[in-house]
Design a binder for this molecule. Structure first.
Ligand SMILES: Nc1ncnc2c1ncn2[C@@H]1O[C@H](COP(=O)(O)OP(=O)(O)OP(=O)(O)O)[C@@H](O)[C@H]1O
Ligand SMILES: [Mg+2]
Length: 501
């Protein structure tokens, strides 16, 4: 193995950047940090997505915290999917600790505590800015993907959207959507059949069942108004620090369908809203998804395809996606293949399956004359990780086992009072938390059905039967009236008599 000086030069050269960067920590050789051998990630490549992986308790969430802080300091806003509720500490400075000073002395950068501008978001009843989207915004394709519909069922969803469009009927929440579906095969059957062809009750029934499944995971809280403007995620505070938007998802662990629905809609919305960015010096927004295996866990093939293509496309909008998960094999291969930054914390080799995963993970890293990757993967300490990134030209940087810097903010969570304080100060809470239920498909169709029923009732209560009324109207016809009148018949008979003579 080569000496420390060679190693230092190797890292220094591999991690030199022309533009601005963030520092992750110092590279380690033989288990020890080499002071000043800094592992720097160019801001320019941060939209190339990333992965933070490692066994439980090895430091993944703190790495996420470190990345978020450093991005915020560079004026880059971030959004964190906080599934365990352990990220709110970003709003308070770290109290410091001798161990943190020791860590930073080894790395070669001074430790400075800092707090960050935090916005708390929520998908459910929890406090914070409510994130919502309307069914219309989802569109027929995405909604069908989420519901995992067949082609025929997808066709029906498209017709429902078209009908609402034609009728200028807003589709806001799931209540609206269900109402139109029921209407299509119920009171509105004739109208639908005439305009769009026959719709089978069994198909609408199947779609309704899928919607109910989604509702059982609490989706009705998410669908509706006021819909969230994703541009509000890109705010920067007065000091030039990017906002850290923390979406608290502690109550969503057991609702993977809702989580993947939300993630997909968010990504689609971001993709359609953000402008193409071209070749830029830094990203517009970075999204971190902690416990990312939850999005992939129950995703259908169609949904996975959709996620893969969005991951591919969203990069050009300056958006970086970072998946945090225990095992890299939790992330589908097609997504893994697109990740520029990999931060791999220690893996544990308890079972044969673990050893296989370690072998596979090691094979996915660039070779290095300084490391036996498999060995490093199992011997990394807490707050240490194997890093492989992209340089500004898009080439992989040298593999670096890294002693990671400590978070500048508090590693522990906020107290309830501190959290309430952050939410109180938020300007977005007022913007998004009023409940709106304006007239939409549900109300419009109910009115239409009501009117039709009233009309039918009126008809039914009319005193004369239909037949009489037909005769009445025939008699009222002036021509028939003339033709059948006694004077006319007498006249005709008179003429005939004359002719016969
Ligand atoms: N960069 C770091 N600097 C200082 N201490 C760290 C660092 N990373 C991790 N630690 C220590 O390790 C502990 C566990 O880290 P963390 O919560 O990030 O693990 P994790 O991999 O996310 O675990 P889990 O799988 O349970 O979510 C932290 O509470 C902290 O004490
Ligand atoms: Mg964690």
């Amino acid at each position: 193995m080569a000496g420390t000086e060679d190693f230092f030069e190797h890292i220094k050269k591999g991690y030199t950047t022309k533009g601005d960067y963030i520092v992750m920590g110092a590279a380690m050789q033989n288990g020890e940090a080499v002071t000043d051998a800094l592992v720097k990630i160019p801001l320019k490549t941060l939209n190339r997505h990333g992965l933070i992986a490692g066994a439980t308790g090895t430091g993944k969430t703190k790495t996420l915290q470190v990345l978020a802080e450093n991005l915020s300091q560079k004026g880059i806003p971030v959004m964190l999917m906080d599934l365990k509720g352990d990220l709110s500490g970003l709003a308070q400075p770290s109290p410091g600790h001798p161990k943190i000073d020791e860590r930073h002395a080894k790395i070669g950068i001074p430790f400075k505590a800092n707090s960050f501008p935090v916005e708390i978001l929520s998908l459910s009843e929890q406090d914070g800015v409510k994130l919502r989207a309307t069914v219309s915004e989802f569109g027929p394709v995405l909604l069908s993907r989420i519901l995992d519909l067949s082609e025929t069922q997808e066709g029906i969803v498209a017709v429902v959207f078209k009908y609402c469009d034609d009728q200028k009927m807003p589709l806001l929440d799931l209540k609206d959507f269900k109402k139109v579906l029921q209407y299509a095969t119920g009171a509105g059957k004739a109208e639908f059949t005439k305009e769009y062809g026959r719709i089978s009750t069994s198909s609408t029934g199947a779609i309704l069942r899928k919607i109910i499944e989604l509702e059982q995971q609490g989706a009705e809280l998410f669908f509706g108004e006021k819909s969230f403007d994703v541009m509000d995620l890109t705010r920067v505070d007065a000091k030039g620090q990017g906002y850290i938007n923390i979406l608290r998802l502690t109550d969503i662990q057991d609702r993977p369908k809702l989580f993947s629905t939300f993630m997909l809609s968010l990504l689609a919305e971001i993709y359609s809203t953000f402008p193409e960015q071209g070749d830029s010096d830094q990203p517009e927004l970075i999204l971190f998804i902690d416990e990312a295996h939850l999005i992939f866990k129950e995703a259908s093939k169609a949904l996975l395809d959709q996620i893969e293509s969005i991951v591919k496309l969203i990069r050009s909008k300056g958006i970086g996606l970072y998946f945090v998960t225990q095992n890299p094999t939790d992330v589908p291969n097609d997504v893994l293949a697109q990740l520029g930054l990999k931060v791999q914390h220690a893996l544990r080799a308890f079972t044969a399956r673990d050893r296989k995963a370690i072998k596979m993970t090691a094979e996915n890293y660039p070779e290095s004359e300084y490391y036996d990757t498999k060995e490093v993967l199992t011997s990394l300490g807490i707050g240490e990780a194997l890093i492989s990134a992209l340089d500004e030209k898009g080439r992989p940087t040298p593999l670096a086992a890294t002693l990671l810097r400590a978070p500048m903010s508090r590693m522990d969570v906020l107290t309830d009072k501190e959290l309430a304080n952050v939410i109180d100060k938020s300007s977005l809470v007022n913007k998004y938390n009023e409940i709106i239920d304006r007239e939409s498909a549900y109300e419009i169709l109910n009115e239409k059905i009501d009117e039709a029923e009233k009309l039918a009732e009126k008809e039914k209560n009319k005193p004369k039967p239909r037949r009489t009324s037909t005769r009445q109207s025939t008699r009222q016809n002036p021509i028939i009236k003339v033709l059948t009148s006694a004077t006319f018949i007498r006249g005709v008979l008179g003429v005939l008599k004359k002719v016969m003579r």
